[in-house]
Design a protein around this ligand. Structure first.
Ligand SMILES: C[S@@+](CC[C@H](N)C(=O)[O-])C[C@H]1O[C@@H](n2cnc3c(N)ncnc32)[C@H](O)[C@@H]1O
Length: 376
């Protein structure tokens, strides 16, 4: 499609999307609807939820690299306001999202202050089976809106004071030197910890023969946040360094590729992680990188890591919360961002599970290590 002069102007105007400043915590759901309402569209919440379960149990992917790539390519083209983006829902029907980049929203905050939000380029958002069902409990059926979108679009935003137009940075960052020093100190302490040593011991004993070409950390949080409770993020990133060292020693090769994806990273995080051989990557690249020769590590993600991974690959090793029966797909149950589910359990039946001492460690949230059985 050829850009109209207005589109070109809009694109120029919203260059600040790429800047590194003041992205607020507020994301706005893009407007969407079925391109053509399917003839057999469900008429009730129960009908729609039953179909979600049926589709899920029948094994068709809720997430695939292909669907993520196609959606991402459309976002990368920097659509302008009013332009449509197309994504298939899990029934295969086409859903169109209207781009709202550049729209301005005014909201009253908790403290009664008015804030203005400027919507930025769309990003991908992931809805697991349980969330699709919860949305239906919250909102019910809407006439032309597909309740089956496992992949949707959100607009991040910049936040301003409405009266003065002054930009607000909701997540101030610490100076790079302080973050760098703390990462060094905490990493050294972590490497000497019993949990780190136990992790290496398990890897040596049970993952000696696995082909591993990359390490991928997901949702480990920003280390640059100016709050007192970042120890978890420091330690979790330090665990990536332990994995790198173990692999380097095992394979007698250079440092293996190590990626970390978290939309909360800013330039300070990127720079410091890079100095330690960790490359911060932007969503959705981690999903596209994960393969059967990967180690995937994630703690308390705000995104359904387990369900996405279970649909796209069988990594050699996954390190995440112990999987049980917290499927979170019943009405009234607290909705959880990374629930367990039948497909995740089916995937993990091919893995051996080990507690490396992090299960009771507050920095890790019941984390254990799953190592794929060699024969699978
Ligand atoms: C509850 S915090 C957990 C942070 C850290 N792992 C911890 O244990 O404190 C959830 C994290 O998920 C991240 N997240 C959300 N969407 C993500 C995505 N698409 N890819 C990777 N991380 C994501 C958030 O930015 C946030 O840092």
């Amino acid at each position: 499609m050829k850009d109209s002069p207005n589109m070109a102007e809009d694109q120029q105007k919203y260059r600040h999307n790429q800047s590194n400043l003041n992205i607020s915590n507020q994301f706005f759901g893009a407007r969407y609807r079925w391109s053509t309402v399917p003839q057999d569209a469900p008429q009730s919440t129960e009908e729609a939820q039953a179909l979600i379960d049926q589709l899920y149990l029948s094994g068709g992917p809720f997430f695939s690299k292909e669907m993520i790539r196609l959606a991402f390519e459309q976002c990368q083209r920097k659509p302008v306001r009013g332009e449509m983006l197309y994504i298939n829902d899990v029934t295969g029907a086409v859903v169109e999202f209207e781009c709202q980049t550049g729209e301005v929203k005014i909201q009253i905050d908790h403290d009664g202050e008015k804030s203005t939000y400027l919507l930025l380029d769309p990003v991908l958002s992931y809805e697991c089976r349980a969330h699709l069902k919860h949305h239906l409990w919250w909102t019910g059926i809407r006439e032309d809106r597909s309740p089956f979108c496992s992949l949707t679009l959100l607009h991040p935003s910049f936040k301003f004071k409405t009266d003065t137009r002054e930009p607000i940075d909701p997540t101030p960052r610490r100076p790079p030197e302080a973050v760098a020093q703390e990462f060094l100190d905490r990493s050294r302490k972590w490497q000497k910890s019993e949990v780190a040593q136990q992790l290496v011991h398990i890897l040596c004993a049970h993952a000696a023969g696995h082909e591993i070409s990359k390490i991928i950390g997901l949702a480990l949080g920003a280390i640059s946040y100016d709050t007192d409770d970042r120890s978890r993020s420091f330690v979790q990133h330090a665990l990536l360094l332990t994995l790198q060292d173990w692999l380097m020693g095992r394979d007698k090769k250079d440092k293996p590729v190590c990626y970390a994806q978290d939309p909360a990273y800013r330039s300070v995080d990127r720079q410091i992680l890079k100095e330690h051989g960790i490359e911060a990557i932007d969503d959705p690249r981690a999903w596209l990188e994960i393969d059967n020769e990967s180690i995937v590590f994630s703690v308390a993600p705000n995104v359904p890591v387990k369900e996405i991974v279970a649909d796209i690959a069988r990594p050699a090793i996954v390190i995440w919360e112990r999987v049980g029966y917290n499927d979170a797909d019943r009405e009234g149950k607290m909705s959880c961002t990374d629930p367990d589910s039948p497909r995740v359990r089916a995937m993990l039946a091919q893995y051996e599970v080990f507690d490396f001492g992090a299960e009771d460690d507050p920095d890790f949230c019941k984390t254990v290590i799953y190592i794929r059985r060699c024969s699978s």
